[in-house]
Design a protein around this ligand. Structure first.
Ligand code: ZN
Length: 215
């Protein structure tokens, strides 16, 4: 088996999508990039089986609908995420320029219109597991950063952590829908138990090995 995990940076913001590839089959994690994802998929002639969402925020779903149009793969998300991507207030796209400014200090030229996405094609409540191309995927909703925040395990080797476990950044729970209580009670204990040496693939910043940041 020749598993590859490829980080694809967004053309629009500092968020990452990922391609998980095995045997010419691909799972996309988050829809924050369009050209980068399409180029990689087309260059290699890969088949996209699924797109999985880590959470509902605009910077992770910018290009979700375009990707669906081009690649027509089923989208997997927890039911709350599926609901919230359809709501401009819940996906925060109604204030994306303000959030972009707070994060980067840059005033974006023109206004980014708020947007919604269609419901996910496959939904689950709090967790879901599946076998894929000889690998095992496990998705678990871990509210805190947002109500629908979900972390995806690929075997025991990789964790797609969305807006958790971003290198050198404290977890953000202050955005609308975020909850420090949920983070402390639900998300944090699970995230802390991820073993050292696991490859963390966050929604922002570089991939790294857990434990590496303490060296
Ligand atoms: Zn987020």
């Amino acid at each position: 088996m020749t598993l590859q995990v490829i980080q694809i940076p967004s053309e629009k913001m500092d968020s990452n999508s990922y391609l998980i590839e095995e045997g010419g089959h691909v799972i996309i994690v988050d829809g924050s990039s369009f050209e980068g994802i399409l180029e990689a998929v087309r260059e290699h002639g890969w088949t996209v089986d699924y797109l999985v969402l880590t959470h509902e925020h605009f910077d992770h779903i910018w290009f979700l609908e375009q990707l669906r149009e081009e690649l027509s793969m089923p989208v997997i998300a927890c039911s709350l995420c599926s609901e919230r991507i359809r709501d401009v207030k819940a996906n925060l796209s109604n204030i994306s320029d303000v959030l972009y400014y707070f994060k980067t200090g840059i005033v974006r030229e023109g206004k980014s219109p708020s947007f919604t996405c269609r419901a996910a094609d496959i939904t689950f409540e709090d967790s879901c597991e599946m076998d894929w191309q000889g690998h095992h995927l496990r998705m678990q909703r871990l509210p805190g950063h947002s109500p629908a925040s979900t972390v995806v395990w690929l075997d025991e080797s990789h964790v797609f952590s969305g807006d958790y476990l971003i290198l050198e950044e404290k977890e953000i729970t202050r955005l609308k829908g975020g909850s420090t209580e949920d983070y402390e009670a639900i998300a944090r204990p699970v995230l802390e138990r991820i073993p050292e040496g696991t490859c963390i693939c966050p929604g922002h910043g570089p991939m790294y090995e857990k434990g590496q940041q303490d060296e």
